[in-house]
Write a new protein. Structure first.
Length: 173
């Protein structure tokens, strides 16, 4: 009985060992399946990782290009801002210059008006002086004619007096 009990205990132990071996085989098979699944998952994840790496490289490259473009645009903006400031300064200078020129133009217009009035007055004076000159020339001409007439008359008188003196005076050589 003891032997039977021991045999039964050993058979139970063997049965338990067999069951354990079957369980281990099942577990090993499931583990291998799981390992295969995990390896496939790792391979898929590795592919995803490679894809993400390439995407990350593209994104980093695009970011770098974006930063370069940003820097170029910032420089262009700074240059444009400097140009704008310079243009605004020039615009102020031109506005001041325009104001000065407008004042100068107004002054020149006033001077031109004054000169125009003076010219008109001078033309009137010139006309009056020409009229007076013409009148004086006419007067001078009349005076000359009278003098010529007077001189002619005096010549005639002188000649007649000289002849009268020769007639009155005896000729003495």
């Amino acid at each position: 009985m003891r032997l039977e009990a021991e045999k039964r205990r050993i058979e139970d132990a063997l049965e338990a060992e067999r069951n354990l071996a079957v369980d281990k085989d099942t577990l090993l098979e499931r583990s291998k399946k799981r390992e295969l699944e995990l390896e496939e998952e790792v391979a898929a994840l590795q592919g995803d990782l490679d894809t993400l790496d390439s995407q990350l490289d593209r994104v980093l490259k695009m970011q770098k290009e974006g930063e370069e473009k940003h820097e170029a645009l910032r420089q262009a903006f700074d240059e444009a801002a400097e140009h704008l400031v310079r243009l605004e300064g020039e615009q102020k200078e031109w506005a001041i210059r325009e104001e000065e020129l407008l004042k100068q133009l107004a002054s020149t217009d006033r001077n031109q008006d004054d000169l125009q009035r003076e010219r008109v007055n001078l033309q009137k004076e010139a006309t009056e002086l020409r009229r007076q000159l013409t009148q004086r020339e006419e007067d001078l001409s009349r005076v000359k004619e009278r003098m010529d007439v007077t001189i002619s008359e005096l010549d005639v008188k002188l000649t007649s007096e000289v002849q009268a003196q020769y007639v009155i005076l005896p000729f003495t050589p």
